[in-house]
Design a protein around this ligand. Structure first.
Ligand SMILES: CC(C)[C@H](C(=O)O)[C@@H](O)C(=O)O
Ligand code: SF4
Length: 488
């Protein structure tokens, strides 16, 4: 925990990063304050939200201010099969070609399909060591909050803001409020970071974080790997928050050390010194606090059509009648209709057609390992299709180097190339109308994974157990499942 210098105002992690990036302070106080102009340390891009920004620069005759602080990758529109063939869908092909043309014209580093560093923008940045504590990181993508796991202040921005950052390397930003999410205790076996964040969103609601930067704290967070912290920060946006952060510590430093863009030698020492000054001061105050008990947490899963409509996997589909708030009740009724679920049905009785292991929430090596650990030597339910999509080409290579691809294909799952894939189906990887999917992604909105498709958000180990049993399941259900199979 940080200590406050004598006489200095105690600050939270987010406030320190903000303070260190103000180029021009706003005017006025509190809610009425005009935006501060902040310096941006890292700008990452993908094909979907960049074309108009480049077009704006072109029209104004402006160059990119800091191409060296800007990096692009192809992820949303890329296919995950036959990546050496031309992209069949004309819209996707055009989107990708536009990014390639813009990157070439404006001198921006781009990792294209087929390159070992291509992949989902939020997997690629941390993997290259580009994302570091204390940085401001932006991207025209809501899940930029992922990078907050490093103690960076990371925001999703709109296309006009992308243009502003390209042109100036700064961004005007309104002040924010701070919320501490305290998670104390020890997670049980089979309970993961994904369950923490689904439980947090179920607790505070999809609007609960509005106007706040969330800081995840407490012994359960400190015990998590960087990959797991990224899973949690990734979904901060699903609680409506502006960003999510975790204070940098030894786990953070060890993850960054030695990566392609990590500081070296004296620079490394200086960086670690600065990073170590960032954690929230002991006597700093948050505008709001939330508490979650890690010891009693169970695997969590969504039953509805927003990420806040979640419940313990051992519970039953809730009855809308039991919601006090009329809006929540109406939303639950609509969600159950879309999801074709009856109140009172045990979640574990719900059968799925598809299991999707992937997305910027849960497609890193650790996620693939966790799922592979569960399925190794077991067989897939024959009616379930399972698609495994590594978050980046590098993750795919690393997974193959340790034989995980074989574990998945022997099991009967499809081993794909990297990208966003079925997280939102901007490529051919989609659900058919009425199909139901256990998905390790972050959004279960109507039609998100394909028109008429139904999504249950789950962790990688729940995804794996579900592919084995065919119904939503946790790893702890597998022993019972196996004795049933033996008896049969
Ligand atoms: C396409 C992009 C703008 C979008 C986002 O901002 O999040 C996408 O990544 C998503 O997850 O829905
Ligand atoms: S994996 Fe999904 S959530 Fe992440 S950037 Fe891609 S589409 Fe958005």
């Amino acid at each position: 925990m940080g200590t406050t210098a004598a006489g200095a105002v105690p600050l939270t992690l987010a406030e320190k990063v903000w303070r260190d990036h103000v180029v021009v302070p706003g005017e006025g106080l509190g809610e009425a304050q005009t935006p501060d102009l902040l310096y941006i340390d890292l700008h990452i891009m993908h094909e979907v939200t960049s074309p108009q920004a480049f077009e704006g620069l072109r029209l104004a005759g402006r160059p990119v201010r800091r191409p060296d602080l800007t990096i692009a990758t192809e992820d949303h529109n890329t296919p995950t099969l036959e990546i050496d063939r031309p992209i069949a869908d004309p819209v996707s092909a055009k989107q990708i070609q536009t990014l390639r043309d813009n990157a070439a014209e404006f001198g921006i580093r781009l990792h294209s399909l087929g390159d070992a560093e291509q992949g989902i923008v939020h997997v690629v940045g941390p993997q290259l060591g580009l994302t570091q504590p204390g940085m401001t990181v932006v991207c025209g993508d809501s899940h930029t909050s992922t990078h907050g796991a490093f103690g960076a202040l990371a925001f999703g921005i709109g296309t006009s803001e992308v243009e502003h950052v390209l042109a100036t390397q700064t961004l005007p930003l309104k002040p924010f409020k701070t919320m501490a999410i305290n998670v104390e205790g020890t997670l049980r076996d089979g309970v993961t970071a994904k369950d923490i964040i689904l439980a947090v969103i179920a607790k505070i609601g999809t609007g609960g974080g509005q106007g706040y930067v969330l800081e995840y704290r407490g012994s359960a967070i400190r015990a998590l790997s960087m990959e797991a912290r990224m899973t949690i920060c990734n979904m901060s946006i699903e609680a409506g928050a502006r960003a999510g952060m975790v204070a940098p510590d030894e786990t953070t430093f060890e993850f960054i050390r030695g990566r392609a863009h990590a500081p070296e030698g004296d620079d490394w020492e200086a960086a670690v010194d600065y990073w170590s000054s960032l954690p929230t001061d002991e006597d700093a105050e948050f505008d709001a606090e939330v508490f979650l008990d890690a010891d009693s947490l169970e695997p969590f899963v969504t039953w509805g059509t927003n990420p806040g409509q979640g419940i313990s996997l051992s519970d039953a589909v809730p009855d809308p009648e039991h919601f006090d708030d009329p809006n929540a009740r109406a939303a639950a009724e609509r969600a159950l209709e879309y999801m074709d679920l009856a109140a009172g049905t045990p979640m574990k009785d719900i059968r799925v057609d598809t299991v999707f292991l992937g997305s910027c929430t849960n497609s890193r090596l650790e996620d693939l390992r966790a799922a592979a650990e569960i399925i190794r030597g077991r067989s897939k339910d024959e009616d379930v299709r399972m698609i495994v999509v590594p978050g980046s080409a590098r993750v795919r290579l690393e997974a193959e180097a340790e034989g995980l691809d074989r574990v998945f294909t022997d099991f009967g799952a499809e081993w794909r190339f990297a990208g966003c894939s079925m997280c939102l189906g901007m490529n051919p990887d989609q659900l058919a109308p009425g199909e139901r999917c256990a998905s390790t992604s972050n959004r279960n909105f109507e039609g998100r994974q394909g028109k008429g498709g139904r999504t249950h958000l789950v962790s990688p180990v729940v995804a794996a157990a579900t592919a084995i049993r065919g119904t939503l399941s946790s790893p702890s259900d597998l022993t019972a499942h196996e004795s049933e199979l033996q008896e049969a």
